[in-house]
Design a protein around this ligand. Structure first.
Ligand code: ADP
Ligand code: MG
Length: 681
């Protein structure tokens, strides 16, 4: 039996008064700061399942009626909107089909992009040019509706009506684009997206990088090619309610049984080895690198200081390596293994690149919208950036803030926003000139400025050097992996697959990491603190005025983060001396590869921090002195011969002098007014 409109209104009215009288009164009292009533779908369902069903099936009819009821209940002329939450029809973005069009559904996703908030006309007022009578036209749908005929004088002259924007009623309007959450993607899939239109008090509350649950009605817009209307349609959601999601790791749903297994694992004496053996077992060797990656997964504890400063807990790692050393493979593996992992390339797959960008015309209307890049989308996760040296110039400057303060600020085209980017970053870079050259400082070999390099807690170098024994073991490992793969593809039982199988299966591993991060925030023990302090003071104490600076406070923070992560790996709440030892060992391993002064065998942090090793710096000072000393002798500057001669007296060889002169000229310390002559700038 069809319900009449009248009965339908009455049902809604009794529902509101029965369940939401208080809520409604509150909205009325706070109007216009609050201008909508939030209704839980399940209340409606409990009140009258048929009413709930109608709402799901035909929201375009039901919502205006319900809103009219709200208007009739309100004492004044308040336009109170209806916001429905907990819509039961949850549809993954990937599974949206034409059968969902016109229905009330719920989607979850990550906000990738949003436009600025703009007015949209709701009730347009026109003046008839013939009789000057006003005409009201209620606006619905996508295109602007103009009067066809004047109700007063029956004029139907085309263009005979003037739009009066100042007397029309507008509401706020914004477009968002959401994409599938990273953990719902199966390795390497491109996330699918959905456009969402929000209006009124929902605008301006959501930012790129937010995870949201959006409830709304799916509508279509016809695609147009030139002037031809196509049969194909685009879909978008007219939003009825949208909320940021606060869940973090619960999305993995860890059961009591899981917890039991996790705790049992954590008590194993060799848990560290088990964890390391669970990281990309197909990749041969790389013990230290894998240990670093394990540390990164767990991460240190972020801290908020009493003065409001925030110190990151996330560990950033850079892998620099010769081509074909499994860097990309390792990054992809980590992107899948980490809870909320993302794998991307430095070039970025979208306009937003790695950080964020204000982009024009992405929705096809010449408006600006703000788009989140990988580090924002990977908030609270691990972002693996392959070929990070190829990142866009716009990203380079934003990257400093993203890595240290873990946020991205943007101020462009009237859009100002600060988006959170609390992620750990795993980068991979190839040496600029093909292979790594141990005689050249790292900052000259990869296309990243020292200011960025020094923000990585660990930089690991993978060199591809021929070594008979290692080569043979690696070849055996790789060939055996291929054979196993082939046999498994044929459906055969295979022996020896164990060494290629992660010791902890991937699902449990993810849960282990999520559980550790959620439940354990280890604190430094007195012994661990002493150990780190002594190590730091000892190293710095060895430096004198004219020797290189071995280490800075940046590394001290890295020690703390790595020790904390190490304790977390075995679910400990206390950082032990052994954890501090591990941090020292890993950082030493990293510094030895990339920040060691060849001549003295001492660490020289300036190789990373400033890009100029101490040994080079003192030679540069010498050259500077020579050029300065000859100022005024010759208007062309100091001749190369004289510089070479004086330098050779100080034991600096010719090749070095020439390289340093070139470097000083490139960095703008000196210039060459004529070939073979140098002057101070
Ligand atoms: P990169 O990104 O460092 O240039 P890739 O990740 O593309 O290198 O690796 C090239 C190939 O070499 C991959 O198929 C990888 O499996 C193989 N490979 C390189 N090093 C190893 C290793 N140590 N163990 C197993 N396979 C390796
Ligand atoms: Mg690669």
């Amino acid at each position: 039996m069809e319900t009449t409109e009248e009965e339908f209104r009455n049902s809604w009215e009794s529902f509101i008064t029965a369940y939401y009288q208080d809520g409604f009164d509150r909205v009325v009292m706070c109007y216009p700061e609050q201008r909508s009533l939030e209704i839980d779908y399940w209340d409606l369902d409990r009140f009258d399942p048929e009413l709930g069903d109608d709402l799901l099936k035909d929201p375009d009819r039901v919502v205006p009626i319900a809103e009219a009821v709200l208007r009739s209940l309100s004492p004044g002329d308040e336009e109170i909107g209806l916001r429905i939450i907990n819509v039961p029809e949850k549809v993954p973005i990937r599974e949206i089909r034409s059968s969902h069009i016109g229905r009330l559904i719920s989607v979850e996703g990550l906000v990738k992009r949003c436009t600025d908030v703009r007015p949209k006309v709701k009730t347009a007022l026109f003046r008839c040019d013939s009789c000057t009578e006003p005409i009201r036209v209620e606006q619905e749908g996508l295109s602007f509706r103009e009067p066809v005929i004047c109700p007063s004088c029956n004029s139907n002259r085309k263009g005979g009506f003037t739009f009066l924007p100042n007397d029309s009623i507008f509401s706020d309007f914004q477009k968002l684009e959401i994409q599938e959450n990273p953990e719902e993607l199966r390795g390497g899939e491109q996330p699918q997206t959905l456009a969402i239109h929000v209006e009124g008090d929902l605008t301006g509350s959501i930012w790129p990088g937010d995870r949201v649950v959006a409830n709304g009605v799916l509508h279509t817009k016809q695609r147009i090619f030139g002037t031809t209307k196509l049969r194909e349609f685009n879909i978008f959601m007219d939003c009825i309610s949208i909320r940021p999601e606060e869940r973090e790791y619960e999305e993995l749903s860890i059961t009591d049984e899981d917890v039991e297994r996790i705790i049992e694992l954590s008590e194993d004496k060799s848990i560290m080895e088990i964890i390391i053996a669970s990281i990309s077992p197909t990749i041969y060797g790389m013990r230290e690198e894998k240990e670093g990656l394990a540390i990164q997964l767990f991460g240190g504890v972020p801290k908020r200081m009493p003065d409001g400063t925030r110190i990151r807990g996330d560990v950033h790692i850079l892998i620099v390596g010769d081509p074909g050393t499994a860097k990309s493979q390792m990054l992809m593996y980590m992107g899948e293994l980490a809870p909320r992992g993302i794998y991307t390339s430095g070039r970025g797959s979208s306009a937003a690149g790695l950080t964020a960008a204000a982009v024009k015309d992405e929705f096809g209307e010449g408006r600006w919208s703000l788009e989140a890049g990988a580090l924002v989308l990977g908030d609270k996760g691990l972002v693996c950036v392959d070929e990070i040296d190829k990142m866009k110039p716009e990203d380079r400057s934003a990257m400093h803030e993203a890595m240290e303060q873990q946020r991205v600020s943007i101020a462009k085209a009237g859009i100002t926003a600060t988006l959170p980017a609390r992620c750990a970053m795993l980068g991979a870079a190839n040496p600029k000139y093909g292979r790594f050259d141990p005689d050249v400082p790292i900052s000259e070999q990869i296309n990243l400025p020292p200011t960025l390099l020094s923000r990585f807690d660990l930089i690991m170098l993978i060199r591809d050097l021929p070594n008979k024994e290692a080569d043979s073991l690696m070849a055996e490992h790789i060939l055996k992996a291929h054979r196993l793969g082939e046999e498994m593809a044929l459906g055969r039982e295979v022996e020896g697959a164990d060494s290629y199988t992660p010791q902890i299966d991937r699902e449990l591993f993810k849960k282990y990491v999520a559980y550790a991060k959620k439940n354990h925030s280890p604190v430094l023990s007195k012994e661990a603190e002493e150990k780190l302090k002594n190590y730091y003071l000892d190293l710095r104490g060895r430096a004198s005025a004219d020797s290189p600076l071995p280490i800075t406070a940046r590394q001290l923070e890295a020690f703390v983060r790595i020790s904390e992560a190490s304790a977390r790996m075995r679910l400990s709440d206390i950082v032990s001396e052994e954890d501090a030892d591990r941090a020292i060992r890993l950082i030493e391993h990293s510094l030895r590869q990339i920040a060691m002064d060849k001549e003295t065998g001492m660490f020289d942090i300036d190789i990373i921090a400033t890009g100029t090793p101490h040994s080079q710096k003192s030679k540069m000072l010498k050259i500077r002195g020579i050029i300065k000393g000859r100022e005024g002798e010759d208007s062309r500057g100091a001749p190369l011969d004289a510089i070479l001669e004086e330098c050779s007296k100080s034991g600096i060889d010719e090749e070095d002098v020439k390289a340093l002169l070139a470097k000083m000229r490139d960095t703008g310390v000196i210039y060459s007014p004529q070939v073979g002559f140098y002057k101070m700038v």
